[in-house]
Design a protein around this ligand. Structure first.
Ligand SMILES: Cc1ncc(CN)c(N)n1
Length: 218
């Protein structure tokens, strides 16, 4: 079995908790409070900038030019394509981001950036993989199960259930599997650990948006 298949099995309980969490079920039926979605979008906009930087750093460390280019492009897409979705929501809903990173987003970004900076490239690739893979699975799940018409969150759903995003995810999985194939057992173990930590952070990110969790002292 490939590293990615084995590792996905390890996070099935996290994934199942994600698709059952109120942020996701309410986003799917369109009933999610606008305030919670706005908080999520503002935090996610900050997240995407730093995620893009982490991806570019991984690209710089990639073992060959194709993988370097893939990660640099993933980084560009996170900042330009995914963030365009946020900007269109900011415009539609007349909101603006304060740019302030609240605790969960701050934690997640710094985990990814420090992993990209200090760990081996294989471990860093595994740490960013849930950001691709979980979003595709959640996007597809919502797309297939949604019943709501005129859902205000449809653009979000369509982005992550879309073909273009799906292709990038498949490529990111392939690169991680190739990296795992030549990695030592110890590196493979840390890759799996990084994937699990980032998957937990994905859960926390949505959960903190649902609770609108901010720093107690600002
Ligand atoms: C927190 C988070 N994780 C992942 C994605 C999808 N790139 C995102 N937009 N935001």
């Amino acid at each position: 079995m490939t590293w990615s298949k084995q590792t996905w099995e390890r996070i099935i309980p996290i994934y199942e908790s994600i698709i059952a969490m109120p942020f996701i079920t309410e986003l799917m039926d369109g009933s999610l409070a606008m305030e919670k979605f706005q908080f999520y979008m503002a935090q996610d906009s900050g997240y995407l900038e730093h995620f893009g930087r982490a991806l570019a750093m991984i690209g710089a460390k990639a073992p060959n030019v194709e993988e370097a280019l893939a990660f640099i492009q993933f980084g560009q897409n996170a900042i330009l394509v995914e963030n365009a979705l946020h900007e269109s929501y900011f415009k539609d809903f007349g909101i603006s981001s304060s740019g302030k990173l609240e605790p969960t987003c701050h934690h997640y970004i710094h985990y990814l950036k420090s992993t990209a900076a200090y760990e081996s490239v294989e471990i860093a690739m595994a740490a960013v993989l849930p950001c691709f893979w979980i979003y595709r699975e959640v996007g597809n799940y919502i797309y297939q199960h949604q019943k709501a018409k005129n859902n205000p969150y449809q653009k979000w759903i369509d982005t992550y259930a879309g073909e273009e995003f799906g292709i990038a995810v498949t490529r990111a999985i392939e690169i991680c599997d190739r990296a795992a194939l030549t990695a030592t057992p110890s590196t493979q173990k840390y890759m799996t650990e990084a994937f699990i930590i980032a998957s937990r952070m994905e859960f926390e990110f949505w959960d903190s948006a649902y609770q609108i969790k901010k720093w107690k002292f600002s």
